[in-house]
Unconditional design. Structure first.
Length: 140
């Protein structure tokens, strides 16, 4: 079975953020770091080369594929900041309507900058997303 490419590393989250070229994106990454740590209560960890994750869970699919993933996280990519939330959580569509300027994929929400979104809505979505994952994959 294939090994997951995105695993928790020992690399420094702060060092990763410090080398982001775009000053606004770097500042937004530091702000997201504070927000996600505050909402989740978990320390940030670097997953793979560029995903900042908070907490973790072990999943196992019916296919037999299993692994570990962060409960939530983000990646300050060149084109947009990717927010990693559970694809399904309570009131997701309603909250996205109030969220602000974004694009939504299956498991990601993409934003250009924090000033484009409602940070209180973001905090609520993070909390609901983490709760839904913890219900689906409870810790043993």
């Amino acid at each position: 079975m294939a090994k997951n490419k995105t695993t928790e590393t020992e690399s420094s989250v702060i060092d990763f953020i410090k080398v982001i070229d775009d000053e606004n994106k770097r500042n937004d990454a530091f702000e997201l770091l504070k927000i996600m740590q505050e909402v989740t209560g978990f320390e940030p960890k670097l997953w793979g080369p560029n995903i900042i994750g908070f907490g973790s869970y072990h999943y196992k699919y019916a296919s037999g594929h299993e692994g570990d993933a962060p409960l939530t996280g983000f990646s300050p990519r060149k084109d947009a900041i990717s927010l990693y939330l559970n694809p399904v959580f309570e009131n997701k569509e309603e909250l996205l309507l109030k969220f602000g300027k974004h694009k939504a994929g299956k498991g990601c929400i993409y934003i250009k900058k924090l000033t484009d979104i409602d940070l209180e809505i973001l905090k609520k979505m993070i909390s609901l997303s983490v709760e839904s994952i913890q219900k689906l994959y409870p810790s043993k």
